[in-house]
Design a protein around this ligand. Sequence first.
Ligand code: NAP
Ligand code: HSE
Length: 443
Amino acid sequence: MARPPSRARGLRYSGTVKAVRIGLLGVGTVGAAVAKAIATRGDVLARASRATLVVQRAAVRDPAKERGLSLDRVTTDPLEVVRADDVDVVVELLGGEEPAFGLMKEAIERGKPVVTANKRVVSWHGPELHDLAARKGVELRYEAAVGGGIPLLAPLADDLAANRLLELRAIINGTTNYILTQMAGGSSFQDALARAQKLGYAEADPSDDVDAVDAADKLAILVRIAFGVSCTPKEIFREGVRALDPIDLAYGREMGYALKLLAIARRGEGGIEARVHPAFLPADHPLARVDGARNAVHLLGDLCGPVMFSGLGAGGDATASAVLADLTHVARRLALGDPVEPPRPGHTGLPVLPMDEVRARSYLRLSVDDVPGVFAQITHVLAELGIGLASVIQREPVSGQADVVLMTYAAREAALREAQRRLAALPTTRSVRARIRVEESRT
Ligand code: NAP
Ligand code: HSE
């Protein structure tokens, strides 16, 4: 619905452009893209925000570093920026937990709205920051924290608000999606990671990407907004891509699957599943075709049915687009003198379910001795645990050793983990080379 004219609500916005002064904490990949966009597309931003955005002050670690832009009043002390009287809104783009968290608290305490892309701080401390912001009557916005340039959190909170969300499956780490895409094309893990770092996709510590820490942070934020569940990354099962072998990508392809690092949240019996791990997806699923640094979130709502958001999940300009969306929202409110929206009702009380209760199909690859009776032992282990076997592939043995690939029917995680342990202990098993969970097209 169209917004009522300001005059109707007693405001006297006359089209005069007000300056909104930004304190920019961090001028790295994202901060530099934000500053450049403000310098080069003032007209677009002024139209959207009814204000002139001005980078008033900025903080960096090394002021001598070449950044391809000129900024006034640059300091190495971010607290000085937060406390400055001539800063109206703080944009935090430092990354990491501290000092970012403390700086955001300080800004809010001082009645300054905060815009951030910092999923680490929001995933762990979002509720505390929201409480503080509500008490101080200021805005806290973080569209860029999940999905880079994809408009995601605002549509989830507003446009899909009438839905009871049933399921969310997402590719929300650009670095690992880029790595898996490159590995599927024959690159080594290390080469692909180095390229992702060079392109500005990776976190300062890339193990946050590779070990799925970043994706778990983002999923915690999504679960809170999409399912109304109180959740931090601590409750989220997490497994990264470090141990993946290109052989399994090839076997998966042969069986009609693509391998992705998936963040999954699903309404289950008495709670919500929340997990991040590599997963095989049917090759015809829309998420299976999301390649490179692109991200996508596929949702199933009880009214809207399946909906997918996709786009660039990492990179300076794409992320700046989301930061600037939040900034224009804040600036418009400041320019029009609109009130801050009061906090929405709290969470539903649903718990995050333990990973052991999750049911999924599994792909298992075993290296076994080429001797009679191997299959009988394997099927005996699975039958004892009530796990159905859907298919088996065995290659011609080489030097008395063979690869056996098993695809199970859906079973509880606890049973599958026990099966992995017992299969590894069989006298004819040399090693269990891989266990990868499998997602169905529709659940
Ligand atoms: P980055 O390139 O490492 O930039 C960080 C900036 O903060 C640099 O300018 C650095 O100064 C400055 N900085 C860090 N610690 C500081 C301190 N203690 N005092 C003063 N300055 C400090 O990081 P980024 O990739 O732009 O990421 C920024 C945030 O956006 C992170 O929360 C990240 O997770 C999030 N994010 C990034 C992307 C992406 O694609 N890169 C996408 C979505 C969200 P120097 O330049 O002098 O070192
Ligand atoms: N390192 C993150 C990624 C940046 O690769 O997705 C965007 O949040």
